[in-house]
Design a protein around this ligand. Structure first.
Ligand SMILES: [Zn+2]
Length: 447
């Protein structure tokens, strides 16, 4: 029995499924093989018949991306595969395979300059690294593999851990990263490669990446079902492999088949995504300004309160609520919150708890300062105040991490024909007269 999520349209049919493709991140896939269950096929070595028969049955629910053709087990769970306890038993000693490995190593050596740093992710027993390191004595070689079954022979440094781009790209600054027969085991190989690309870009590295995976094309052409087992959750076609690399890098040196079209290889450059680095910089600027803004607004509001100014906040839900909570405008210090919507009366500001009053509260209880968290609709609020006869000395909005005076400071929320000023209250103030307001139109006509 295969467990499917409740209300899953694909549970009993071959309707399209909404799931992210590991190779290209397209979000529509279709059933490739009807779901069934099998035990682990590669990493477990049961020693008795009973043990073998008692092995946990794991879900195989292979689907195919309708954009790039990638095939993957959408119910795969990495924790079910005990790589750290048992070595991944890939047969590495066949003559053809050994020749292939040496050809790859020699080809890659052509990209290794004097003094370069080479990292292999998933180095296994370390065959490839030992071969390369024996030919390049003045380069640094690092092998990452959490199962730590490698023999270094003093030729490379072994790391019994997973390669984490956010940490190890900066720490090792690799010129070449090699990862053979690892991508098909990852939940999110595209994300992993893009993370290497991004970290190389922000560190200004020009790293080459070589990846190799099994190619499923011939299994599809010849109807082989034995290729689909639990440990291989992700099956690359030539197209899906190509798409994954194209979504990672625009500088591709090599895309090729080998081993009778059973293996796919790609070599490409990362460290080239300046657009991503620019977006990171923009995000940093916003984050820092927002953090500083919390202190700046606190100081500005403290100064107003020290001068004895009374303050009302216009808006108590949605974006106004987010503003009130972000800037920690608590109910004790800022008890007056009004809203344009009478239906919100007698509700409270989420998180901080101020009771929300209808805006007309300010007619009977005028304040010195009205703070409008939703700067983008400040002018509408001003028109509403004008219409309702609500007055105050100053209107504040948030702009670039501080509070600015709507009428007297520079900001981008002015609109044509807007209310341009509030007149100071006169002794004979009459809310019905609207005499405290002028508009651009009115002031122009007076000139
Ligand atoms: Zn895809």
């Amino acid at each position: 029995m295969t467990k499917n999520p409740p209300n899953d349209p694909a549970a009993n049919s071959n309707l399209p499924i909404s799931v992210a493709c590991p190779a290209c991140s397209y979000h529509v896939a279709v059933t490739f093989i009807d779901p069934y269950r099998q035990p682990l096929a590669t990493v477990a070595w049961p020693s008795t018949e009973e043990e073998a028969k008692a092995m946990k049955q794991l879900p195989l629910s292979f689907v195919r991306c309708v954009d790039c053709g990638h095939i993957f087990n959408r119910e795969f769970c990495y924790e079910e595969v005990p790589y750290s306890r048992k070595p991944h038993l890939m047969f590495n000693k066949g003559t053809t395979w050994t020749n292939h490995l040496i050809q790859i190593a020699d080809m890659l050596l052509g990209y290794v300059n004097e003094g370069a740093t080479v990292v292999e992710i998933g180095c296994g027993e370390g065959h490839l690294l030992r071969h390369m390191a024996s030919k390049k004595k003045n380069c640094r070689f690092y092998g990452f593999d959490p199962n730590a079954s490698y023999e270094t022979d003093g030729l490379f440094e072994g790391r019994s851990e997973l390669f984490v781009p956010e940490i190890h790209m900066e720490q090792l600054q690799p010129d070449l990263i090699i990862s053979r027969h690892v991508m098909e085991h990852l939940i999110n190989p595209l994300g992993f490669l893009q993370s290497i690309q991004f970290n190389a870009s922000r560190l200004n590295l020009r790293t080459r990446v070589y990846i190799e995976t099994p190619c499923i094309d011939r299994a599809l052409e010849t109807g082989r079902v034995g290729d689909f087992y639990y440990e291989h959750n992700s099956h690359f076609t030539t197209q899906s492999f190509t798409r994954m690399i194209q979504r990672t890098s625009h500088e591709i040196d090599l895309l090729t088949h080998s081993y009778n079209r059973e293996v796919l290889s790609g070599l490409f450059r990362v460290g080239t995504n300046s657009h991503a680095v620019e977006l990171e910089s923009q995000a940093d600027d916003f984050r820092i300004q927002a953090k500083l803004g919390q202190d700046v607004l606190t100081i500005q509001l403290d100064q107003l309160k020290a001068k004895g100014k009374s303050i009302a906040i216009w808006g108590g839900t949605g974006k106004a609520s987010a503003f009130i909570n972000f800037y920690r405008l608590d109910a004790k210090s800022f008890p007056i919150v009004v809203d344009s919507d009478p239906d919100k009366t007698d509700t409270h500001v989420p998180g901080q708890g101020q009771p929300i009053q209808y805006r007309d509260y300010l007619k009977d209880h005028p304040v010195d300062v009205i703070l409008i968290p939703m700067a983008w609709r400040a002018h509408d609020v001003l028109l509403e105040m004008q219409e309702a006869g609500i007055r105050c000395d100053q209107v504040l909005i948030e702009y670039q991490g501080r509070l600015v005076d709507y009428f007297h400071d520079d900001h981008p929320y002015h609109v044509p024909g807007e209310v341009t000023a509030m007149q100071p209250p006169a002794p004979h103030y009459n809310p019905q007269s609207q005499s405290y307001w002028t508009t651009k139109h009115a002031s122009n006509s007076q000139v």
